[in-house]
Design a protein around this ligand. Structure first.
Ligand code: CBF
Length: 818
């Protein structure tokens, strides 16, 4: 024991000296004049030294063992902050805390100095970040590839209830985690023409002659696994012009013209999700996709060849996962590289391409399935367009050879959509060019088989498979909720930290123990107080921490039905006012989330939430029983504070439309009870956790489809529910918008006439489920029993489980040392 204590003291002292050295020699400050940000940087750089040592070891080991490598291509990585993540996975969190405290610096304060790396929008990007961490933890040799956006997802500012988008500036103070690799750089072409060259024998050869070239420069961030099991690389590309300045033009006085190419080239990695409501915006988005795909494929092929491996062995050593259709152009680019550059014969190249690529689909929403105008592709990527036509033609030929002539089927699986002004269907391209296509929850995968890819599924029944999403417990429990983690470890032992999937189940018997439930509830109180403090500081609103914290935080989208939650809020408000004698359970309704800049309806929903909040929070007749807050600028760091504090998790999308959801898993892991529809992974959660420990309500995906086929007019539903009618009328008539009484007329009338997401149709079931919530809250023993069981039974939703399934079924890879 004494020896261990001495070692720990040694570690603290060494780390302290390292921090001081970084502060002095890398940051250029000394403790007397250092600001919080300087301390953050010094600690991050000290941690980075440790990362680098392990990084080096891991890459040597991968090379030595000739491991197959996984490449995860994603336009988004929603990383958030890395300091605690890295220190914790390195096993240095306590050491760093103690070292800083000895230096008189508050760790919590400097941790808040780190900006969120918001290089993603929502679920898909955060999933990519969880996967990177899980792959490192499982010793899988993996690289993430994406774009190093200078500006991540916009900073949301709410002014008078309206969302405003402000530029996000995460790189203002530099990024201590990354390494610029100017020597790792590739040329990326656009436009131009295709030369037909005489090939050997009868086979013609082609060469793409782009008329524009830019450079992709690599920036590497190490990704460390739990207990520094392994360290992988996230390689993000920055766009640079070939030449920084056209000196001649500059000297001729054309100072702007001299840097025009630079501006154009660099705009590619300037912002995440340029608005695509204009043609220029669409083109930029396609440029971004091709830019990072081409750089990544060139890079991974170069690595493959550097290892003296033959290009023919690509699928044996390389697995490329396409995260959604955003990188789907990889199918054509890989074919171009194999055929035009490495001179493989077409069918051989096709075999290698399909065997190497796999694709994850994350949505069935038709508007989110990407397609590009043929004219744009022809102009920007002429060789790729030829390749796409060829893939299509050979595919259709192969079907005809099998006597498949069904015109409708051939039309639906075609890579070209002839109906909407000729567009390239990226989902179809990704499907055809991949050996595996996976959905992200069991329901979603089944719906994929029946809807978007039904015809492909008939032709290739072995390709579609399911990989239900997961989340990394390291970040979403150990780091974001250390108090609860300590309680759980105290109950079931340290093994929880290394093997939560199996160990969490051991908590089940604790649900029956009153003393444990009490401690569990006390942890929640602690987290609720922290959130209440944040809301008070940021918004000046005080919250009753004894109330149910009822939380819906996610992107604002009509299918996610924040509107249903708001209608319930209004109906509850009216009921509380009309019936003060009822013993209402006190509630705090918490909303947060960003709306896409051009999504007007979603922005109006944000305004409505704020209008409702403004009216309800000051109504004295409620005696504080109901409060509503919309917390601005939802991001990963905010989620880490909100999720541990939630009593009730709102997962109320229209069944069949949320592919999986991942916040549903994070909330349940932290012991919140879910109120939700049978949508996405809620279905599997209800199987694992037990329906009796959740509040499942509403139409199933099948019922939704049937109801939508009938019509979307909701007059009957509204006529049948006085409560719903009352809530709609209050919003419509301007009760919450006295400054502009007509503000919500269009929103409500639209809902009544064409309720695409069946908000009204599910209202009564939702209201009833919410009353069950109240009832359970009134019996704390039962509430906390269910809460403990939620945590105990969420082990299956670890992203380690998901990644193991990808590794075994799709990538066919093991971990280092396996
Ligand atoms: O699979 C990860 C997540 O992806 C989305 O966010 C997406 O962008 N398509 C889905 O909406 C989520 O359901 C899903 O969990």
């Amino acid at each position: 024991m004494a020896e261990e204590a001495a070692k720990a003291t040694d570690h603290v002292e060494t780390f302290k000296q390292l921090i001081l050295a970084k502060l002095r020699y890398a940051v250029g400050k000394d403790p007397g004049n250092a600001f919080d940000h300087d301390w953050f940087e010094a600690v991050a750089l000290a941690a980075r030294d440790h990362l680098v040592d392990h990084w080096e070891d891991a890459s040597l080991q991968v090379d030595r063992q000739d491991q197959k490598r996984v490449y995860y291509l994603s336009l988004e990585f929603l990383i958030g902050r890395l300091l605690v993540d890295n220190l914790s996975n390195l096993g240095l969190l306590d050491t760093a805390r103690e070292a800083l405290s000895q230096l008189g610096v508050d760790f919590e304060q400097i941790r808040d100095m780190e900006p969120d790396a918001a290089l993603g929008n929502g679920g898909l990007g955060r999933l990519a970040a969880c996967f990177m961490e899980s792959m490192a933890s499982l010793n899988i040799a993996a690289h993430g590839y994406g774009i190093r956006y200078e500006h991540g997802l916009f900073r949301q500012v709410v002014v008078d209830g309206w969302q405003q988008e402000h530029t996000e500036t995460w790189l203002d103070f530099g990024n201590p985690w990354e390494f610029e690799r100017p020597e790792v750089s590739y040329r990326i072409g656009f436009g131009g023409s295709v030369a037909n060259l005489a090939g050997s024998g009868e086979v013609p050869r082609h060469e793409w002659l782009p008329n524009e070239q830019i450079r992709a420069i690599a920036y590497d961030t190490p990704v460390v696994g739990w207990r520094h099991s392994s360290v992988n690389t996230l390689r993000l590309w920055r766009a640079r012009a070939e030449e920084d300045l056209k000196l001649e033009r500059f000297n001729a006085g054309d100072h702007f013209g001299a840097v025009a190419d630079v501006v154009k080239a660099e705009s590619i990695s300037r912002v995440l999700y340029p608005a695509d409501s204009t043609e220029a915006g669409q083109e930029l988005r396609l440029r971004q996709e091709f830019f990072f795909v081409s750089a990544s494929l060139q890079d991974l092929i170069a690595r493959h060849l550097e290892l003296n491996l033959d290009i023919h062995s690509l699928p044996d050593r390389v697995a490329i996962q396409l995260n959604d259709t955003h990188p789907a152009i990889a199918v054509a680019e890989l074919m171009r590289l194999l055929v035009d550059v490495y001179r493989l014969e077409w069918f051989e190249a096709w075999k290698l391409t399909v065997a190497t690529l796999s694709y994850t689909n994350h949505t069935l929403l038709p508007e989110a399935l990407e397609s590009w105008p043929v004219s744009l592709m022809e102009r920007l990527l002429p060789r790729h367009m030829q390749i796409i036509y060829l893939i299509n033609a050979y595919h259709i030929d192969s079907l005809r050879a099998k006597e498949i002539h069904d015109f409708e089927l051939l039309r639906s699986i075609s890579l070209i959509d002839e109906d909407n002004g000729r567009r390239v269907r990226m989902g179809n391209l990704a499907f055809l060019g991949s050996h595996s296509i996976n959905g992200v929850s069991s329901l979603h995968t089944n719906l994929m088989r029946k809807s978007v890819f039904s015809d492909f599924h008939r032709l290739y029944p072995e390709r579609i498979n399911n990989k239900t999403n997961g989340v990394t417990f390291r970040r979403w429990l150990y780091q974001s909720n250390p108090q609860l983690t300590e309680l759980l470890v105290g109950a079931v032992g340290d093994e929880l930290l290394d093997n939560p999937e199996a160990t969490l189940r051991k908590l089940e018997p604790f649900a029956a123990k009153a003393s444990f439930r009490k401690q569990f509830a006390a942890q929640r109180q602690h987290a609720k107080r922290e959130l209440a403090e944040l809301v008070r500081e940021r918004m000046g609103i005080s919250l009753d921490t004894q109330a149910i914290f009822d939380v819906q935080v996610k992107r604002i989208h009509e299918y996610k039905r924040q509107l249903l939650n708001l209608l319930h809020t209004v109906a509850l408000y009216q009921a509380m006012r009309n019936d003060p004698a009822t013993d209402w359970a006190p509630r705090v309704k918490i909303f947060a989330g960003k709306a896409a800049a051009s999504y007007h309806q979603a922005k109006l929903i944000i305004k409505l939430a704020n209008d409702i909040s403004r009216t309800i929070n000051v109504d004295p007749t409620l005696r504080g029983l109901l409060k509503v807050v919309f917390i601005p600028n939802y991001n990963v760091s905010l989620a880490e504070v909100i999720i541990p504090a939630a009593d009730l998790s709102e997962q109320i999308s229209t069944a069949g439309l949320e592919a999986s959801g991942t916040s549903n898993m994070k909330f349940a892991l932290n012991g919140a009870l879910t109120i939700g529809t049978l949508d996405g992974a809620n279905v599997e959660m209800s199987e694992q956790i037990g329906r009796e420990n959740m509040f499942i309500f509403g139409m199933t995906a099948q019922q939704v489809a049937a109801r939508s086929r009938r019509d979307l007019n909701m007059s009957a539903e509204v006529a049948a529910s006085e409560r719903l009618a009352g809530a709609l009328e209050a919003i419509r008539s301007g009760v919450f918008s006295p400054d502009d009484p007509g503000r919500y007329v269009g929103l409500i009338d639209g809902l009544l006439a064409h309720d695409r997401f069946l908000v009204c149709a599910d209202f009564q079931a939702y209201w009833d489920a919410q009353r069950k919530v109240d009832m359970l809250w009134r019996t704390p023993d039962r509430w906390w029993q269910a809460a403990v069981l939620n945590t105990a039974r969420t082990g299956w939703f670890s992203s380690d489980r998901t990644i193991r399934e990808y590794a075994k079924d799709i990538w066919k890879v093991g971990g280092i040392g396996d």
